[in-house]
Design a protein around this ligand. Structure first.
Ligand SMILES: Nc1nc2c(ncn2[C@@H]2O[C@H](COP(=O)(O)OP(=O)(O)OP(=O)(O)O)[C@@H](O)[C@H]2O)c(=O)[nH]1
Ligand SMILES: [Mg+2]
Length: 238
């Protein structure tokens, strides 16, 4: 519980067995609920998750094996969010890169700034490889040109929001594009009550499954396409 609000942590998970148990053991007590959603894990992620469920009553393991071109990151998040019961939802990768222990600070800043959803920006951070920084900058600029969104980290994988705003986010993307979608939709439907809060990224545990160039090009195309197929009949923020 943070400031009297119950809090759920939602994590997509593919083949993170090597550090899952330790990561869960080290999570702060203020998380009332820890939701892990495996997508096509081929290692012991699900087995370990099911074992953890028996010993840790905060922990829940779900499986959502839906994929779009082999990726199910977005499906996993949507399933996790749908199951979350907390007043506050914190979404983050399960590779220990995001400082989920910062949730109280992030929520305090959200309160001060009257935000309903915060996307946690890793930038500026000079330790992030140049090619990744450049890719994110190109995408930030595309979002600015096409949507007028001023954003520093269009691909942050950590978001904090009140559960009751989840339906207003209209999340639909099952692959990596859920990440740009949540920011663009928060900007569209929450207006000034969407903002970024600075975090410091940590070292990844386990191996990456990311194909940076392919994913980056996929984002560039999706962000452009989405601009012209924006959902009709849904009212933007007032
Ligand atoms: N459910 C699901 N989770 C995935 C999938 N691919 C990766 N993940 C998880 O989603 C999170 C993000 O994936 P990462 O491989 O860390 O991708 P990234 O953060 O862009 O890149 P690196 O951290 O540099 O490897 C991790 O917690 C993965 O376990 C997938 O297709 N489905
Ligand atoms: Mg990662």
């Amino acid at each position: 519980m943070i400031n009297g609000l119950t809090t759920s942590l939602v994590m997509p998970c593919r083949n993170e067995a090597k550090h899952l148990t330790q990561m869960v053991a080290e999570l702060p007590d203020f998380y009332d609920e820890i939701i892990c959603v495996s997508n096509k894990s081929t290692d012991d992620t699900v087995k370990l998750g099911k074992k953890l469920e028996k010993t840790n009553n905060r922990f829940h393991m779900y499986i959502d094996d839906r994929c779009a071109s082999g990726i199910g990151y977005g499906y996993a998040h949507m399933t996790g969010i749908a199951h979350a019961k907390g007043d506050i939802i914190v979404c983050a990768d399960s590779d220990c890169t995001y400082p989920v222990e910062d949730a109280p600070r992030i929520l305090n800043e959200m309160k001060k700034r009257n935000l309903l959803l915060a996307s946690c920006t890793r930038y500026p951070d000079s330790t992030i490889p140049f090619a990744l920084q450049l890719g994110v900058k190109v995408l930030n600029f595309e979002m600015f040109l096409l949507y007028g969104v001023v954003i520093h980290d269009s691909l942050s994988g950590m978001w904090v929001f009140r559960r009751d705003v989840a339906p207003r986010l209209h999340l639909t993307e099952g692959d990596w594009n859920l990440s740009p979608q949540i920011k663009l939709n928060a900007h569209r439907y929450l207006g000034t009550r969407f903002g970024e809060v600075k975090i410091v990224q940590k070292t990844r545990q386990g191996e990456t499954k990311q194909r940076y160039l392919k994913t980056g090009l996929g984002h560039l195309w999706w962000v452009a396409k989405n601009r012209f197929v924006q959902r009709k009949g849904v009212q933007p923020a007032d």
